[in-house]
Design a binder for this molecule. Structure first.
Ligand SMILES: [Zn+2]
Length: 360
C-alpha cells in the first residue's frame, strides 16, 4: 500500500498536470458511473490527507475550493490502486513521479512522442484505456488513468470534512497539529507499534515508516502508548516529518544514516519486493541500504549485529532489533542518539535541514 508520501506526490502531480484546466472524465470500466457528472468541469487542483486523495471539480476556474458547488472526488488507492499518466512532453514529468505500484506493462503504454514526426502532441490522445480503468481524466495536454482503487467516489464538502475528521494529523500537512498525535498515543493502552498504523492516530504512515521510525527512536514496538512521554512522542513526530518530507521530495523512503549503510557490506540482501516510486536518480540510495529493519528479518542489525526480528502487529509484520530497541518507558534513558534526518551528511539535504527540522 502506498504510504502518505506517495499520495502527496500524486497530489503534486495533479496540481502540476491539471490544476485550473477543464477536463473530460469517464469510467471505461463502468464502475464509476458518476464520472459523467464531472465531465467538462474544471479540476481545481488536488489535496492529499494521509493516504487519501481529493480532486476538487468545479464549474469554473475561479470557484473557491470550499464552495458548496465543488464536487470532491475521494480516492483511496488501497493495496492495488495506481495512477498512470501520459501526455505531451513536459506533462510526462507527472508520469515519473506518480503512479504508485506502477507496473512495467503500464510503463510500456506510454507512447513515445519521438516516434511521430511533429505529431507528438496527439500521441497520448489515442491511448485506448484498459478495460480496468475506473476513472480517466483527460486535459488539454495529457491524461491520468486510475485502476484498482479501494475508493473512488464523489463527495460534497460535508462528506469530505467527515473523512478528514476521522483522520489523525498528517505529518506532511502544514496544518497538522502534533499534539493530537501525542495526546491520542498517551491516552491509549494499545502498543505504539499498533497505534502508528492507526490512521485515526496519525495519517499517512504505513508499514515501512512504522518499523523504521520505531528503530530510529530505539523504541520497543510492544510498549503501550500510555507509557511514553510527551517529549519522546514529540521527537518521534519531528523525525516522522523529516523522513516523510524526504520521501515526498524524492519518492523514496530512506531512513538510514549514511555511516550505517555499509556496515555489513558482505551481506548480499535479497530484493524482497519493496517497490518505491522514486525519481530516476542514479545517486539514489539503493533499497538494500535504505532501511534499518524493514524486511531485514534474519539479517544482522546495522548497529549492533543482533538478528532483526519480525512478528505480526496490527495485522502487518513489524520488524525490530530487540537489542537496539530497548526503550520501554518514559523513565528509560531517552537520548537522541540520531540526527533527525537520514540525509544529514548529504549536501542535497541542506535545504531541508535549513527549514528547521533540528538535525543533530
Ligand atoms: Zn541492533
Amino acid at each position: 500500500m502506498p504510504e502518505g508520501h506517495t499520495v502527496h506526490r500524486l497530489a503534486a502531480a495533479f496540481e502540476q498536470a491539471f490544476s485550473g484546466q477543464r477536463v473530460r472524465t469517464s469510467s471505461p470500466q463502468g464502475r464509476f458511473s458518476d464520472a459523467t457528472q464531472l465531465n467538462g468541469m474544471v479540476l481545481l487542483g488536488a489535496e492529499a490527507v494521509g493516504k487519501h486523495l481529493f480532486l476538487p471539480f468545479a464549474p469554473a476556474e475561479d470557484v473557491e475550493r470550499d464552495a458548496p458547488v465543488v464536487r470532491h472526488v475521494h480516492i483511496h488507492l488501497g493495496l492495488y490502486g495506481s495512477w498512470t499518466f501520459a501526455g505531451e512532453p513536459g506533462f510526462s514529468d507527472a508520469h515519473a513521479i506518480g503512479a504508485p505500484r506502477l507496473r512495467i506493462g503500464e510503463r510500456e503504454e506510454r507512447l513515445d512522442s519521438e516516434e511521430q514526426d511533429g505529431g507528438g502532441a496527439t500521441d497520448w490522445r489515442r491511448l485506448v484505456p484498459r478495460p480496468t480503468v475506473r476513472l480517466r481524466i483527460a486535459g488539454p495536454t495529457g491524461l491520468a488513468d486510475l485502476t484498482g482503487p479501494t475508493a473512488c467516489e464523489i463527495m460534497d464538502a460535508h462528506e469530505r470534512q467527515a473523512v478528514l475528521d476521522r483522520l489523525g494529523p498528517d505529518p506532511l500537512r502544514a496544518d497538522a497539529d502534533p499534539s493530537r498525535f501525542v495526546d491520542a498515543v498517551r491516552r491509549s493502552r494499545t502498543t505504539i507499534g499498533a497505534l502508528l498504523m492507526n490512521q485515526k492516530i496519525v495519517a499517512g504512515i504505513g508499514n515501512i515508516y512504522r518499523a523504521e521510525l520505531l528503530f530510529r527512536a530505539r523504541l520497543d514496538p510492544f510498549v503501550p502508548g500510555k507509557d511514553l512521554s510527551t517529549g519522546m512522542l514529540e521527537e518521534m513526530w519531528e523525525d516522522l516529518v523529516a523522513l516523510m518530507t524526504y520521501g515526498a521530495r524524492t519518492g523514496r523512503i530512506v531512513t538510514t544514516q549514511p555511516e550505517h549503510r555499509d556496515l555489513e557490506p558482505r551481506i548480499i540482501e535479497r530484493s524482497r519486493g519493496t517497490r518505491q516510486n522514486g525519481d530516476e536518480d542514479p545517486d539514489v540510495v539503493s533499497r538494500e541500504r535504505s532501511f534499518y529493519v524493514y524486511h531485514r528479518q534474519t539479517l544482522p542489525c546495522r548497529l549492533c549485529g543482533t538478528t532483526v526480528r519480525s512478528a505480526e502487529l496490527a495485522a502487518r509484520t513489524v520488524f525490530w532489533c530487540s537489542r537496539c530497541q530497548s526503550v520501554r518507558s518514559r523513565r528509560a534513558g531517552w537520548t537522541r542518539e540520531h540526527p533527525a534526518a537520514p540525509w544529514a551528511l548529504e549536501a542535497e539535504g541542506a535545504d531541508v535541514l535549513a527549514a528547521g527540522d533540528g538535525a543533530a
